[in-house]
Design a binder for this molecule. Structure first.
Ligand SMILES: NC(=O)c1ccc[n+]([C@@H]2O[C@H](COP(=O)([O-])OP(=O)(O)OC[C@H]3O[C@@H](n4cnc5c(N)ncnc54)[C@H](OP(=O)(O)O)[C@@H]3O)[C@@H](O)[C@H]2O)c1
Length: 254
């Protein structure tokens, strides 16, 4: 697929460039600074991609980039959610502009685009309930308004998926493009976290679910490379089972 990757200079973004190439996609990177991206990638990787400069808050420019480069899919890793609930940043503005740009381009090409967005563990549901985990552990709350926007889209206007990882760390500081993926595959589940460990603790009044969520959270730590690989691999599947749902992931090999 030809993929517009928005936020290619980020921690996840540079690894998405590599993973998309490993899985045979054509990459159009959308970044604020081409020079910055060039400084972050080995020349052998940078020379394989097309780079478009623009702001992720500019929905018209995003639509134009999609249409001019004939992209069939978009991955958005631009913006970073604030951890503390009282902190605010521009992720909601970025997210809604990207979504608007993707939706508009779909209308103009008469076919919805496939798109992966980034959320966080907190927008998944506490297993067995219809309540988000972030109701119990109120951090990274900006993802909640983003998932609301996705769910409010008219049917079939964007073939979206929302990856909802917990903390992601780097396996390698060097970015490379192996001929095939070398990372442990993630186990995924839609709507609630996969392989949740249940406990009687959840029945403790008021604090039980918070305690259980906090105990489970570190089990969902994964690597940036694994998540990049998950998205890139899924984009090779035209009938992805993750379309229209938030997706939780775990490294079950740990
Ligand atoms: N890291 C984690 O552990 C983790 C866990 C769960 C979810 N997530 C989510 O995953 C996503 C990616 O995380 P990350 O760690 O890769 O973040 P990051 O390293 O901070 O990267 C953010 C990217 O957004 C770009 N950006 C910011 N504002 C922009 C704008 N106005 N126009 C264009 N680009 C803009 C930055 O570009 P510049 O280089 O130009 O600044 C950078 O490429 C975020 O949504 C985050 O909330 C992360």
């Amino acid at each position: 697929m030809k993929v517009l990757l928005i936020g290619a200079t980020g921690n996840l973004g540079v690894r998405l460039v590599a993973a998309l190439l490993t899985h045979g996609h054509v990459v159009v990177a959308y970044v604020r600074s081409a020079n910055k991206l060039e400084s972050l990638l080995p020349t052998s990787i940078y020379s394989q991609i097309t780079v478009v400069e623009g702001n992720a808050k500019d929905s018209s420019l995003i639509s134009r980039a999609i249409l001019e480069h004939n992209c069939e899919a978009v991955v958005n890793s631009a913006g970073l959610a604030a951890m503390a609930p009282w902190k605010r940043n521009d992720l909601p503005e970025i997210f809604s502009a990207v979504l608007k740009g993707v939706q508009k381009a779909g209308v103009q090409r008469n076919e919805p685009l496939r798109a992966w967005f980034l959320g966080g563990l907190g927008v998944l549901q506490f297993p067995g309930t219809d309540t988000m985990l972030s109701n119990y552990v109120p951090i990274f709350l900006e993802h909640r308004q983003n998932i609301k926007l996705l769910r409010a889209l008219p049917p079939r206007s964007v073939e979206w998926s929302l990856l909802c990882p917990s903390t992601m760390t780097a396996e390698n500081l060097q970015v490379s493009v192996p001929a095939k993926s070398i990372h442990n595959k993630l186990t995924a589940n839609s709507t609630s976290p996969p392989l949740w460990q249940d406990s009687w603790l959840k029945h403790i009044p008021f604090l039980g679910k918070l305690i259980l969520a906090a105990m489970n959270a570190p089990r969902y730590d994964t690597t940036l490379e694994q998540n990049a690989d998950f998205i890139a691999s899924d984009l090779t599947d035209r009938e992805s089972r993750w379309i229209g749902v938030p997706v939780g992931v775990i490294d079950a090999t740990k």
